[in-house]
Design a protein around this ligand. Structure first.
Ligand code: COA
Length: 700
């Protein structure tokens, strides 16, 4: 994409002499940005625009054109694109709106435009976008009010106007960019193309993304995960609430997928997720300039005890721990600091500190090899000049380039010069402890991701695929998509997922002999494709311990069911061994439109919805991903033996999750699976799937 970001020649088709038009702003921005290549305004009604010779058409331009920015009304865009193709233009930046996002004719127009782009082997940004900026070329092909500050953060945004807001705010926060692209309707070039390009770009250290939708989640995970170890990629997903998603649909005409699927996809791809615009940039500023530290390699330094405490509190809440200093560091600190100072981490040099004491302490901390990052917090006392501290920090950073330094100067106007100095010298600046802590967490997460070996997927082979095929064939033949519990349990058993002993009884007598064979106590459940939630219709009886009770239960269940669901087709009653008590967990599988199969694990039983203690992951999962999935839930603490509780059979649980994973890989037509509860016993005693629901896709 060099020809897009560093073009030798650019044409602005629709350039205007009228300062109120977008075609004027774009041309002016390109000129003002200091672009030194050939610049051609194209307008059939003008001889000259902004001092440049204007051309009536692209074809009439004497030289080659690398990139054409198109700002003509939508009805002319196709003709201009075709002409660009004939002229040999490589990249189109289509600012014009009125395509897919307006529906109807717009969708057709966009398809046609894409066809032309492909026919002439061009590439296109947009349509319906703000344009493209490269601060290193430099070139500003947008109609934003200002050019970005030069820096090393690349920003990809699905919303164009958001870019203008970010630019304005970033100017004040002294944040610099390498490249900015507004992808608009992303008909041709998508966020993935730019992520791949930017992670190879020598001017870019971190890639930021604002997206409302990702059209092909599976492809996103596959392609993004190949580059996220080269450079950190940080994403903010818009449309995570229903209201937000509605706005996203109308905004870009795209379907905002479900949040859990996006989060699982981003996690798998190694993308760092931000939950707000400020968090996106807090992460970015740190990740673009500092080496990532170990989770326990953080030192906190301040001239204010309160800032030390506040910062340490937030760090610990975020799961980070403060570094333990070497003994010689402690000795040195004792020598250079007054007795009132706090010399263990966090280090408080106290309020009467001057710049010399502060910076000596900073150097002492940086020289300790148990410290990977120092958070330098400052309160603006009369004894300390923030600019002196900033200069000292920058000097020390040169001496210790492998250590991260993040400045947390808390306050406001006292730091105007300091912010500029620090940010210009690649030291991230934050004005609040919480933002600083967020940034350092981002660095730590990235370090852990970098250190993580690539996962190996190992398939589970001791499974009975033929048996599952047979069952699915029967269900399909009967024109059903919902499996009977007996069928779902047989499938589970075929994949080595433990289920209680069961028998499908067709009569009370049948049920009695089944119960006697299985052994009391038993549970009895209605089996009907028309009843998914058995408890609601009185379709389950538990704790049955004699043949008389079996007979009564049989009749009662049939009576209840015929009362609540008169037309239900009844296949019989499942007689099942009653399982011992254990830790109740849930495993669910759904299929997301964009990201494919998603697995859920968490606290099961009747409180599942109340506690909402669940975590998600995409299928396929490697063993490490299964462990990560389990580890992200609270119930996992109980399974590990919370407060003297017995340790559960986590190994078996892990194995069961891998078997479910394999089942879905082998039979992707299973679009829904719900095991609740999956009861887990003490270590060595296994686990058991007590209730299983399974649904197949509609299409065969
Ligand atoms: N080749 C070259 N120039 C052409 C042309 C062609 N085929 N057809 C028209 N022009 C010229 C016009 O003469 C005009 O120049 P002038 O002011 O000198 O007369 C200029 O191109 C623009 O055309 P105009 O008809 O005045 O359109 P406009 O400026 O009102 O609107 C758009 C054009 C592209 C800005 C508008 O259609 C649009 O899409 N706006 C929304 C953009 C947007 O929001 N994008 C997403 C941002 S996030």
């Amino acid at each position: 994409m060099d020809k897009l970001f560093q073009p030798s020649s650019v044409a602005v088709v629709g350039a205007s002499r009228n300062p109120s038009k977008i075609g004027f702003s774009i041309l002016k921005n390109i000129i003002d940005s200091g672009y030194s290549g050939n610049l051609y305004p194209v307008n059939p009604n003008a001889e000259e625009i902004l001092g440049l010779k204007a051309y009536p058409s692209l074809k009439s331009i004497p030289g080659d054109v690398d990139t054409a920015v198109i700002v003509v009304p939508s009805k002319y865009v196709l003709d201009v694109a075709r002409e660009a193709g004939e002229k040999g233009v490589k990249y189109l930046v289509v600012i014009t709106a009125g395509f897919k996002e307006v529906g109807g004719e717009g969708i057709k127009r966009e398809k046609e435009l894409l066809r032309v782009v492909r026919e002439y082997d061009m590439n296109m940004v947009g349509p319906n976008c703000l344009g493209v900026i490269d601060t290193h070329t430099p070139i500003n092909m947008t109609f934003a009010q200002r050019m970005a500050r030069k820096g090393h953060i690349a920003f990809i945004s699905q919303s164009g106007a958001l870019v203008t807001a970010v630019l304005d705010w970033a100017a004040q926060a002294k944040i610099g960019f390498s490249k900015i692209v507004s992808i608009g309707n992303k008909a041709d070039l998508t966020e993935l193309d730019f992520i791949e390009y930017f992670t190879r770009d020598p001017d870019t250290n971190a890639v930021l993304l604002y997206v409302e939708s990702i059209d092909n989640g599976v492809e996103f995970v596959e392609r993004a995960s190949k580059v996220t170890k080269k450079k950190p990629v940080i994403i903010l997903k818009g449309g995570v609430t229903e209201a937000g998603a509605k706005a996203a649909v109308s905004h870009t005409g795209a379907l905002a997928g479900r949040v859990a699927a996006y989060e699982a996809g981003f996690r798998k791809a190694g993308v760092i997720m931000a939950s707000s615009l400020s968090e996106l940039f807090d992460y970015a500023v740190a990740l673009a300039s500092q080496p990532p530290p170990r989770r326990n390699g953080i030192a906190v330094l301040s001239n204010a005890g309160g800032l030390c405490i506040l910062t340490a509190d937030i760090l610990v809440k975020k799961g980070l721990s403060l570094a333990t200093f070497r003994s010689d560091t402690i000795e040195k600190l004792k020598k250079i600091l007054p007795p009132t100072a706090a010399i263990y981490n966090p280090v408080d040099v106290v309020g009467d500190s001057d710049a010399v004491r502060y910076l000596n302490t900073l150097e002492t901390l940086l020289s300790d090899d148990s410290v990977d990052a120092v958070l330098t917090l400052l309160a603006p006392t009369a004894l300390i000049d923030p600019l002196d501290i900033s200069k000292g920090i920058v000097e020390l950073k040169k001496k210790y380039p492998n250590k991260a330094i993040l400045a947390g100067f808390v306050g406001g106007p006292s730091y105007y010069d300091a912010v500029e100095y620090l940010m210009d010298n690649k030291i991230p600046f934050y004005n609040m402890p919480a933002r600083l802590a967020t940034a350092v967490l981002g660095l730590v997460m990235y370090k852990e991701y970098l250190d993580r070996p690539r996962y190996k997927y190992v398939s589970v082979e001791d499974v009975d695929r033929e048996r599952v095929k047979q069952i699915i064939n029967i269900v399909r033949k009967e024109g059903r998509t919902v499996l009977l519990e007996s069928e779902a349990k047989s499938i589970a058993a075929a994949y080595g997922i433990p289920v209680p002993k069961f028998y499908l009884a067709k009569s009370p007598i049948d049920a009695i002999s089944a119960a006697e064979y299985i052994g009391y106590p038993v549970v009895m459940k209605i089996v009907s494709p028309d009843i998914l939630h058995k408890t609601d219709v009185g379709g389950i009886k538990a704790g049955i311990s004699s043949s008389e009770e079996v007979e009564d239960a049989y009749e009662e269940i049939i009576m209840n069911v015929t009362k609540y669901v008169p037309r239900a087709k009844i296949y019989g009653i499942l007689v099942e061994k009653m399982a011992d008590k254990g830790v109740e967990t849930i495993v669910g599988v759904t299929k997301d439109l964009q990201f494919g199969h998603l697995i859920m694990f968490g606290s099961g039983g009747i409180y599942t919805e109340l506690f909402k203690d669940v975590a998600f992951s995409l299928i396929p999962m490697a063993r490490e991903e299964v462990q990560d999935l389990m580890g992200r839930t609270k119930i996992f603490n109980i399974l590990r033996g919370y407060r003297g509780m017995p340790v559960s059979d986590i190994k078996r649980l892990e194995d069961i999750l891998l078997r479910i994973n394999q089942l879905i890989i082998d039979f992707p037509e299973i679009v829904e699976l719900d095991i609740n509860p999956l009861r887990v016993y003490e270590a060595g005693r296994g686990a058991i799937a007590l209730d299983i629901k399974m649904v197949l896709s509609k299409e065969v």
